[in-house]
Design a protein around this ligand. Structure first.
Ligand code: FES
Ligand SMILES: [Fe+2]
Length: 394
């Protein structure tokens, strides 16, 4: 293992991370999962939404983050600031709301009617004189939150500010038009697989020709690159990117080209045809993928639900409403295409987990072109080692 995996900055150097096989227990062991939970998940900045979901003062979204046993309310205050708080009344802990999103200026606890403002302050509480505390001391408990490129990130125990955490990725993200998005479509899936096994499936192309012969065959692989390996990859500290290979003569199915052509006028009008990093696939530690191309701003996050269970959230972001039927058609078809490809992945990921969880193999092996997967696990191992050194269990 390379002890400095999280400090590496390089392009196309697969051997920089070594060639060792990886212990399979990292992908199912409950004790290891608990270490990851504390060392990685509680300490990492995680994308939980987009500013377009909080258009006005009082707009809020609720996020359930199972790894932290937390329900979090992210809201825009009267002053326009975005803040996040535990969805936990400071009287006796009752959750303030079970609404997924909405708009309101105050949050009243249903139990004894303590009422909080969008800045977290306790505004009123019935018969409060009988308590042995002050309203100031009973404000909602905040969760650190920040925004980059329109994406809302939160972190329960930040070790550094968001910008520093994102490193060189922050500047790149700010060049893509994601911050301008005003709407999105989403679907999520729960899967019986460790979060890394789920995530790794989307950062290697080795499986494309076997799992996606129909859907990814048009542009995913071909002569000269029979596995559709990326043209380049980079390691950027804890994060990484790959440049998706461009098929020299893609055979695009007629339905797909019709779909794309219908969207083109709108994309041109929105200035979204000529984008920076059009083939760049960003993989932000620990769990985010982002691909901005003229067709769609594709975002995918994977969250752990346990050692052998995870949840993926896939979003396509758009600029502007569906002004024409063609725009609607284009957007719906883009989402359905993403779902089609994804539906081919799910069963194979589950099958991988079942095999690994059996304990039949002690190690897994990453080849030269699966370096992004290797980098993820190496950074995780490094974060766990740092954590253990700090708390004295290493
Ligand atoms: S628990 Fe919320 S007001 Fe009592
Ligand atoms: Fe796949």
């Amino acid at each position: 293992m390379n002890i400095h995996s999280s400090k590496i900055e390089c392009v196309d150097e697969p051997l920089v991370l070594g060639t060792d096989p990886i212990p399979a227990k990292y992908y199912y062991d409950a004790d290891w999962y608990e270490l990851e939970r504390k060392a990685v998940w509680m300490r990492s900045w995680l994308n939980v939404g987009h500013v377009c979901e909080l258009p006005e003062p009082g707009s809020f979204i609720r996020r359930e983050l199972e790894f932290a046993h937390a329900s979090v309310l992210i809201m825009r205050g009267k002053d326009g600031e975005i803040r996040a708080f535990h969805n936990t009344c400071t009287h006796r802990g009752t959750q303030l709301t079970d609404a997924a999103c909405g708009k309101q200026n105050t949050f009243s606890c249903p139990y004894h009617m303590w009422t909080f403002g969008t800045d977290g302050a306790l505004i009123s509480a019935p018969d409060f004189e009988r308590f042995y505390t002050t309203k100031e001391a009973q404000a909602l408990k905040p969760v650190p939150v920040d925004v980059c490129a329109g994406l809302i990130f939160l972190c329960f125990e930040p070790q550094q500010p968001l910008r520093e955490y994102l490193g060189s990725m922050a500047e790149k993200l700010e060049q893509v038009p994601l911050a301008r998005a005003t709407t999105y479509q989403e679907y999520h899936y729960d899967i019986d697989a460790n979060w890394k096994l789920t995530y790794d499936n989307f950062q290697e192309n080795y499986h494309l020709r076997f799992v996606h012969p129909r859907t990814a065959g048009a542009g995913g692989f071909g002569e000269g690159n029979q596995f559709g390996y990326p043209s380049h990859f980079s390691i950027n500290g804890i994060h990484r990117t790959q440049t998706i290979w461009t098929h020299p003569a893609p055979e695009v199915p007629p339905a797909m080209s019709t779909m794309f052509m219908r969207g083109v006028p709108r994309l041109m009008a929105d200035g979204l045809m000529d984008l920076p990093f059009p083939r760049e696939y960003f993989a932000l530690f620990p769990n985010l993928f982002l691909l901005c191309n003229p067709g769609q701003h594709f975002l995918h996050t994977v969250l752990p639900l346990g050692p052998e269970k995870s949840r993926g959230v896939i979003r396509l972001y758009w600029v502007g409403d569906d002004e024409t039927a063609s725009t609607r058609y284009f957007r719906e078809a883009s989402m359905q295409t993403a779902r089609d490809v994804h539906s081919e992945d799910v069963d194979i990921i589950r099958a991988g987990q079942r095999g690994i969880s059996s304990g039949a193999i002690e190690h897994i092996h990453f080849q030269e072109k699966e370096v992004l997967c290797r980098h993820l696990i190496e950074v995780v191992v490094e974060k766990v080692a740092e954590y253990q050194a700090e708390v004295g269990t290493g």
